[in-house]
Design a protein around this ligand. Structure first.
Ligand code: PGA
Length: 253
């Protein structure tokens, strides 16, 4: 059985005060389940606060991005080893907003993935198609290319053994539109199959999260699908009660 994950991608939201309130509510109110993990992804500047408030709790934390270089003259960038210094265990890699707004192409995403692994972080690799790509029938081709770029640079599936995948259709992110459980399941199964061709054991263990307007109202139906192993939650992760309810709906699987 794969342990489910409910992850909160806070994006560029929060203040010291709101972070304090949100993390205090989560740590005080979370009724921990053995079958579901909770991870939050605050902006970099709140990682120290997250470490202070979450250390010793069941909630893990990570960064939303890392630099494509290890260190050096890269003004404004933050490296994988720097975030490890704040006891992060995870980092998002290749989120669609990084790809579409900051020009992160497959090669750069693959490089970041490997740097995360080298720093002993668990990368959460995000893949997903745009609306135009879906309408043109290119969904499978696009997500399989995005995953393929990692498999190629990593030289096989072994590097996915300590990694997480997230399927996030771009048209569903922050739009209120959600893929139906069946639409999401189809792509999750395809991604797992792509890994299984290289290594069936790793494919079976790989957690594949769904992201894109996950809310309490649709969480249970999505998580009930056989290849959906939890959610990467944006907007709804900023509200402690909503996020906790999403976590509890994963427990029912
Ligand atoms: P959303 O974002 O839940 O607000 O759609 C998901 C994400 O971008 O990870």
């Amino acid at each position: 059985m794969r342990k489910l994950i409910i992850a909160g991608n806070w994006k560029m939201h929060g203040t010291r005060t709101s972070v304090q309130a949100l993390l205090t509510d989560l740590t005080k109110q979370l009724i921990v389940s053995d079958s579901v993990e909770m991870i939050v992804f605050p902006p970099f500047v709140f990682l120290e606060q997250a470490q202070r408030l979450l250390e010793g709790s069941a909630i893990k934390w990570g960064a939303q991005n890392i630099a494509a270089e290890q260190s050096g003259a890269f003004t404004g960038e933050i490296s994988a080893t720097m975030i490890s210094d704040f006891a992060c265990q995870y980092t998002l890699i290749g989120h669609s907003e990084r790809r579409s707004l900051y020009g992160e192409v497959d090669d750069m995403v693959a490089k970041k993935f490997m740097l995360a692994k080298q720093a002993r972080l668990t990368p959460v690799l995000c893949v997903g198609e745009t609306l135009i790509e879906r309408e043109k029938g290119l969904t499978q081709q696009v997500v399989s290319r995005q995953l393929g770029a990692i498999l190629q640079l990593a030289g096989g599936a072994e590097n996915l053994s300590q990694a997480i995948l997230a399927y996030e259709p771009v048209w569903a992110i922050g739009t209120g539109l959600t893929a139906t459980p069946e639409q999401a399941q189809e792509i999750h199964a395809m991604l797992r199959q792509q890994v299984a061709q290289l290594n069936p054991t790793i494919a079976q263990q790989l957690r594949i999260l769904y992201g894109g307007s996950v809310k309490v109202a649709n969480a249970k139906a999505l998580f009930s699908m056989p290849d959906i192993d939890g959610g990467l939650v944006g907007g709804a992760s900023l509200d402690a009660q909503e996020f906790l309810q999403i976590y509890y709906s994963a427990q029912a699987k």
